[in-house]
Design a protein around this ligand. Structure first.
Ligand code: GDP
Length: 531
């Protein structure tokens, strides 16, 4: 009895240390650069400039796909783990390319917080907005890093206002830039009541204290600088007219703490990481079994869900890896778990944890961590696994409404069998969405990004020896209609009628005009988007 109590206490402590998050951004905002700086701070890499291009070792998880090499981009999310100031940090990478996929969205289901990196010259860009929407729905904390302060960007006040206008989230500036671009002098750190100098001549004088009035408490050239006076005015304005800090709102994702900085020159990143780790939540409870119960992270039963399956594109190793977010308990190699969907027992012999290989005394993975399980076809995306007698089933992962569509056929009509098998398995796995035209049952695939089609095509050939021909339909707006309201005459080339896997009808509208035209023509019909 004593032993099990001790284990639980250890588990509690281990879980409390975990901080699991993802970085979201529009391509080129600086996600890779800031990730590098974080890994540098975490002691995983020794110099910056090694993440992009060198996709081996720690980043081997994203090296599997030949397609990725061909295009020189990161197709799949990988996981990086390091220890920092007593916390164990898990960063789940989300592909930064604009041709992203459902994987990107699903990765956001496996984190406890998100960091939004924004290019301060560009403000909020389309990809950020899409990803933000998914994070917001989860109600998890969202932190903002306004990047590239070493370049002339937009007015900081504008950037904060834009958060509210475009994303409908309150921004609270944790710090404020003192100048920008060539005139960048430093950061006025409201949270830590100090000034952080940009490239100080004396590294030991990087931080300068503020007095009770919020002004420099020590002699500095900065006091004579008009930009400093301007910053003091801005900060006064923020205190009087800006949002006040509200941790409860931050925790729900209704307010975002905003940090300014420059990832490239490693300015403000450490300050960000320190504050972030203080505010970001440890793993919390998860609703299970149709919301009838909550599973605590330090429950001693192991449980988790598969949020992503990555096929190994190397034809010599046909295995796949199922990425599991651990939601409770502790993972042990060789443990027996039950797969909730089939009630089958599985022994988890082959697992990979995402840790720095240089670290000694590697603890087991616990709630908050991610494990990659070598899979021979047992898992589907969204699967729950657990130990113990009582079933544990996590809420299903949301389906993301596809925006791009293609018609798909087998190139070789004699090879229908492998074509259908591959289609069925990949669709079941959750790699892509399948639809059929309403009357003729032609296959149509839907994805959130073009890359998903290419990965699908690649896997059909490599894993099922089936060459597929894809004819682009282009981007469409998918809207479901109640079967009772459906009349097949409603379908036209501008609103193609299809059915989903459950047989439910939906229209693929050519564009917003087509949708509006349809609504005007059939005002009584209710159309719904499924996100
Ligand atoms: P990602 O696509 O979001 O991963 O963006 P990257 O991290 O690859 O950065 C895109 C480009 O912006 C690269 O050329 C970076 O060197 C550059 N960059 C990133 N952060 C900064 C920054 O703070 N200042 C400046 N001037 N450039 C940056």
């Amino acid at each position: 009895m004593e032993i099990s109590l001790k284990t639980i206490t250890n588990l509690e402590q281990a879980v409390a240390k975990r901080r699991t998050f993802a970085i979201i951004s529009h391509p080129d905002a600086g996600k890779t650069t800031i990730t590098e700086q974080l890994l540098l701070l975490g002691g995983i890499i020794r110099s910056a400039g090694t993440v992009k291009g060198k996709k081996s070792g720690h980043y081997a998880t994203s090296d599997w796909m030949a397609i990725e090499k061909q295009r020189g981009i990161s197709v799949t999310s990988s996981v990086m783990q390091f220890d920092y100031h007593g916390k164990r940090v898990n960063i789940l990478d989300t592909p930064g390319h604009e041709d992203f996929s459902e994987d990107t969205y699903r990765t956001l289901m496996a984190v406890d917080a998100a960091v939004m990196v924004i290019d301060s010259a560009k403000g909020i860009e389309p990809q950020t907005k899409k990803l933000f929407k998914v994070v917001k729905q989860r109600g998890i904390p969202i932190f903002t890093f306004m990047n590239k302060l070493d370049r002339d960007g937009r007015e900081p006040l504008d950037l904060i206002a834009e958060l509210e206008e475009l994303l409908n989230i309150e921004g609270y500036a944790m710090n404020w830039p003192i100048g920008m671009g060539k005139g960048l002098k430093g950061l006025y750190d409201r949270a830590q009541h100090r000034i952080e100098l940009y490239r100080p001549s004396d590294a030991s004088k990087r931080f300068l204290p503020l007095n009770d009035q919020g002004q420099l408490a020590v002699d500095s050239d900065l006091t004579q600088d008009s930009i400093y006076q301007q910053t003091l005015d801005d900060v006064d304005l923020l205190s009087e007219a800006g949002n006040s800090f509200d941790l409860a709102k931050v925790q729900k994702g209704d307010q975002t703490p905003v940090f300014f900085g420059s990832a490239l020159t490693n300015f403000g990143v450490e300050t960000f990481l320190e504050s972030f780790l203080k505010m970001a939540p440890a793993p919390g409870e998860h609703p299970i079994n149709d919301d009838s119960a909550e599973l605590a992270p330090n429950d001693d039963r192991f449980a988790g869900f598969v949020f992503k399956i990555q096929a190994n594109m190397n034809p010599n190793h046909r295995d796949r890896i199922a990425f599991v977010r651990i939601c409770s308990g502790e993972f042990d190699k060789g443990m027996d778990v039950t797969l909730a969907r089939t009630k089958k027992q599985l022994r988890l012999n082959n697992a990979t944890e995402f840790m720095s290989d240089e670290r000694e005394n590697v603890e087991n993975a616990v709630a908050g961590d991610i494990v990659g399980l070598y899979d021979t076809g047992n898992f589907q995306i969204g699967d729950s696994i657990y130990t113990g007698k009582d079933p544990i089933q996590f809420a299903p992962l949301p389906q993301f409404t596809p925006e791009l569509f293609v018609r798909v056929n087998a190139k070789n009509v004699m090879k229908q069998k492998s074509f259908h098998k591959g289609m069925q398995q990949l669709v079941q796995e959750g790699a892509i969405q399948l639809y059929k035209t309403y009357t003729t049952d032609d296959y149509i695939l839907g994805a959130v990004g073009q890359l998903q089609f290419e990965v699908f095509q690649f896997r059909m050939k490599n894993e099922y020896n089936s060459e597929v021909v894809m004819t682009p339909i282009g981007s469409r707006i998918a809207r479901w209609i109640k079967p009772a309201q459906l009349d097949e005459k409603m379908s036209s080339s501008r609103n193609l009628l299809v059915k989903d896997l459950k047989g439910e009808p939906l229209f693929l509208f050519e564009n917003k005009f087509a949708e509006r035209w349809f609504q005007d023509k059939y005002p009584d019909v209710t159309l719904t988007a499924k996100l």
